[in-house]
Structures are given as structure tokens and as C-alpha cells.
Write a protein that binds this ligand. Structure first.
Ligand code: NAP
Length: 282
């Protein structure tokens, strides 16, 4: 039987104006899960800034939010570039007002055997996922502290933060850093009115994944291998994100919420068939 399907896309969990008058910045918000989260913030009244490298991604994201009647802008940003981050915040402030909520969603995502991983691949993923999260978060916090306004940060983690996993040496190590960073920043910034949480998605298929991952995607079959009996729906992640950053979670900080249908907990002494890394990612 598995876990029941969630309410339909478009259903509201929080009061309709929860984010009215608020500015939400989502890195990598033009595709996949970032776009799904941006959509739920927009549905609840937020003005949304999508910050990423690719113009087409940003335009697709902005169009989807505008179709909901939301105010949305796209801003060019590579989260590895600390000077550009400050300019991005300036641009969002000029167009929408100061950022109230930051979602650190941008990530590099290409599985590779560790022995075949170039130094550049390693550095690039760590730079985007861990360094990008740190740089965007500190820029956000410096401004909120200076203006004496409260704020919320949501980092996007992954369950292989705790387990590691084949083909993910770079990403798993970087996500582990993000989970840990969430806690340090939460305790440093609670006195300043800034909350910092993390959301660790399980398997959430979508059509914006890179080709190598898209080719491996089979939501029906993948769902049957998850204790919940199904994969996650991107809008479920959007609901969790909007809750964690909302005033309804105002005593919740430093927490990593796992949304994965109990998938990462099924490891035991008896494991599914072992497939060597050479066969998984030749
Ligand atoms: P995705 O569609 O590939 O999204 C990644 C986004 O990051 C893209 O919009 C990309 O936009 C942006 N990005 C990449 N490098 C960037 C950079 N240097 N600067 C700024 N933006 C950058 O992947 P996704 O599946 O939606 O993943 C979203 C988040 O969920 C990631 O943090 C991922 O690790 C996490 N996650 C996903 C799953 C899943 O099942 N899908 C599972 C666990 C965790 P541009 O190309 O326009 O820069």
C-alpha cells in the first residue's frame, strides 16, 4: 500500500498571504526542485528572485511564477563568485526590496567514481554546494543584521550527508558540510533574529535533471524500492520549504528535515543486492 499520495499540486497548506510583502531569493530557482519551491512561495504571496547562471532557466522560472500572478525577477548569478553575490543582493533590493528569505538550492549534480573525478569536478561541486551556501548566507545575514530585520535561510541538503554513497564523493561531502554549517549559523544568528534550517530531499524526480540522471529516472520502478512505495512530488518539498521559513516555524532553527519516505533509514545488516561502482557509473 505504501504512504498515501499528497494533496494535489496547488493546494494551500499555509494561510494564502503568509509571504505577502516578503522577498524570497531562490538560488537555482529556475529548474526542478528550486522552481517547485519558488512556486509555493509565490503562491503564498512572495515576490521571488531567481538567481542562477543560465538565462533560459531563469526565464522559465520567472514565467511560471508570473503565470500564478506573482511578482518575480531573474538575476544572473554564479554562487561561486563572492563579489557577484553582493551585486545580486543589491539588484534584488533595488527591484523588489531587501531579501527576507534565502533558499540555498543551487547545486552541481553529476555522479562519478572518485578515482575518475578530476580535481576540477571535485572543486566545482564543493564550490557551488558548500562555498556558495556559505557565501550567500553570510551576505544575507550581514544585510539583515545591519538593517535589524529578522530573516530565514533554508539550505538544501541530501540524505547522503550521513551515509556517503557511490558516485557522490564530491556532492555527499559538500552536503555534509551544508548540514553542519546549518547548525553553526543557526546558533550564531538566533540572537540576531535569523533562523537557519536545512531540507534533505529523498528521491524527487523531475524533467530538468541533467541527461545522465534523467536517463536513469524511472519514478514508477524507483518508487517501488522506497519504503513509502512512491517517489516524492516536488510540490511536497515546496510545502516543507514554505513551512520552515514561515512565522509558524519561528522557534525552529538549526534543524535538518528529511523528506524521503523513510528511504535512507532502510539500511540494515541485510542489504539490497550490491552493485559495484564500476557497474553503476562506468
Ligand atoms: P537541478 O534541476 O539540476 O537544479 C540545480 C540548479 O542549480 C539549477 O537551476 C542551476 O541553474 C543551479 N546552479 C547550478 N550551479 C550554479 C551556480 N554555480 N550558481 C548558481 N546556480 C547554479 O537539480 P534539482 O534536482 O532541482 O536539485 C535541487 C536541489 O535539491 C539541489 O541542492 C540538489 O542537490 C537537491 N537534491 C535533489 C534531489 C532530487 O531527487 N532531485 C535529491 C536530493 C537533493 P543554472 O544552470 O541556471 O545556473
Amino acid at each position: 500500500m505504501g504512504l498515501p499520495a499528497p494533496p494535489q499540486l496547488g493546494t494551500s497548506m499555509l494561510p494564502p498571504d503568509t509571504y505577502r510583502g516578503k522577498v524570497v531569493m531562490v538560488t537555482g530557482g529556475g529548474t526542478g526542485l528550486g522552481k517547485a519551491m519558488a512556486t509555493e512561495f509565490a503562491r503564498l504571496g512572495a515576490a521571488v528572485a531567481i538567481a542562477s547562471r543560465n538565462t533560459e532557466h531563469r526565464e522559465n522560472g520567472v514565467r511560471a511564477l508570473e503565470e500564478l500572478g506573482a511578482q518575480a525577477i531573474g538575476v544572473a548569478l554564479d554562487v561561486r563568485d563572492d563579489a557577484a553575490i553582493a551585486m545580486t543582493f543589491d539588484e534584488i533590493e533595488a527591484q523588489l526590496g531587501s531579501v527576507d528569505v534565502l533558499v540555498n538550492n543551487a547545486a552541481g549534480n553529476f555522479p562519478s567514481q572518485a578515482v575518475k573525478m578530476s580535481a576540477n569536478a571535485w572543486r566545482s561541486v564543493v564550490d557551488i554546494v558548500l562555498n556558495g551556501t556559505f557565501l550567500c548566507s553570510t551576505e544575507f545575514a550581514r544585510r539583515a543584521i545591519e538593517h535589524q530585520v529578522p530573516g530565514a535561510i533554508l539550505n538544501i541538503g541530501a540524505t547522503y550527508s550521513w551515509t556517503g554513497g557511490p558516485g557522490t564523493a564530491h556532492s555527499a561531502a559538500a552536503k555534509a558540510g551544508v548540514t553542519n554549517l546549518t547548525q553553526s549559523l543557526a546558533v550564531e544568528w538566533a540572537p540576531k533574529g535569523i533562523r537557519v534550517n536545512c531540507l534533505a530531499p529523498g528521491l524527487f524526480p523531475h524533467n530538468d535533471l541533467p541527461p545522465v540522471l534523467l536517463a536513469r529516472q524511472n519514478p514508477q520502478a524507483d518508487g517501488q524500492r522506497i519504503p513509502a512505495g512512491r517517489v516524492g512530488r516536488p510540490h511536497e518539498l515546496g510545502w516543507a520549504a514554505t513551512y520552515l521559513c514561515s512565522p509558524f516555524a519561528s522557534y525552529l532553527t538549526g534543524h535538518t528535515l528529511v523528506l524521503d519516505g523513510a528511504n535512507w533509514l532502510r539500511r540494515g545488516l541485510s542489504m539490497p543486492d550490491f552493485v559495484p561502482i564500476d557497474e553503476q557509473f562506468p
